[in-house]
Design a protein around this ligand. Sequence first.
Ligand code: AMP
Length: 426
Amino acid sequence: MSDAIQAPRGTLDWLPPRSGARRAMIAAFGARAERAGFREAQTPVFEEKGLFARTAGESSEVVGKEMYVFTDQGERELALRPEFTAGIVRAYLEHGLSREAQPVRLWSAGSCYRYAAVQRGRYREFTQVNAEAIGSDDPAVDAELIALQVGWFRELGLDGIEVRLNTIGDRADREPYLALLRAYLDEHLGDVDGDVSRQRELNPLRAFDTKDPASQAVMAGAPVIADHVGEAAAAHFAQVRAFLDARGIPYVLDPTLVRGLDYYSRTTWEVSWPELGAQSGIGGGGRYDGLAELIGGPPTPGVGFACGVERVLLALEAQERLPGAPSACDAFFMVLAAEARPALHALMEQARERGLACEADLAGRAAKGQMKQADRVGAARTVVCGDDEWARRVCLVRDMTSGEQVEVALDDLVGHLADAAGGAQA
Ligand code: AMP
């Protein structure tokens, strides 16, 4: 198959039964975020290209190589969002959210787009769940975000995740450190690959992300930013760690963790599920206190994270913990008397109005086939109406677990089903 028509997204992830799991995962994330004071926000799928270019940095992998960019009929240069953060911060600045109680906490879920070589766990259209807290530099906020992310993984039943944590200091700390790093790279230019030498000019921090083994060996001896952060950033980091320790959230310190985007400052972290191999990154986040200024706003602290839903789904599937079993069916209507179908389908609709999940045969199946279908959808009860029952305006309601069967007048059927399913829907 040619690269041009290669599936841009993990197609099966968007179809049943996995589509149900996706929805359940995202719903669990939203509910958890809302319990922690986050509200939902959606930003446009496409925005002005400059928004992403200015914030993530022209030298970043995402902007330089992976962004989908196009010109519209009005000659505007637009981009499909590669991530949520820039759009959320833009919305915060443009729509007066800075006048609300701070920090403003927002969660989102939706598609993001990156031009990447498609493989298991890496798609060109993929889904992120995202959370941002804007307007406070309190280290407790960093810990709240990490706790929200880790809590979601825990709730989904994902075992064996790894949280790596670092601080990359404030922007002011970075210049003297970058000079040190450049000097170190200059001494080893003969031993690193072309990408790393280019990073030396553009953003030497990224040299830590190299996949080339020889370059990795060089970078293992490089000075690390965590040893060169200023007092304020170091104190902030110590407090973030104290909050995490008090909550019992395990993490490992990784002084080489710099993350791919230019806007990060202070805390950065990544979450991985190592068994996924090459695409083991299931989430990442960080503080971005300088981001709002890059898009023309006043200095505004912020911190946030994103998780890749498809990768989390793969990990859950590998552990046989995919959520969202097929939706429960309260009653399957086996209407064997053709004449009775309109009336029974009307009763089925009334039962749905009462909140019950009901289905009937829609494919002309004989009795045996209908029974099989009732089994397949996991029906709690069947409602059987043959010629004899129809003549007497009754039906047989059978409990599929106990096998118990009762005759119910059609006039009483909806009430009977609602009672049987428990008071909740009545
Ligand atoms: P990032 O914004 O690069 O930190 O990405 C956050 C998360 O999104 C990662 O940890 C991945 O789980 C997920 N992700 C990033 N790029 C892709 C992609 N091309 N396909 C699938 N998931 C992705």
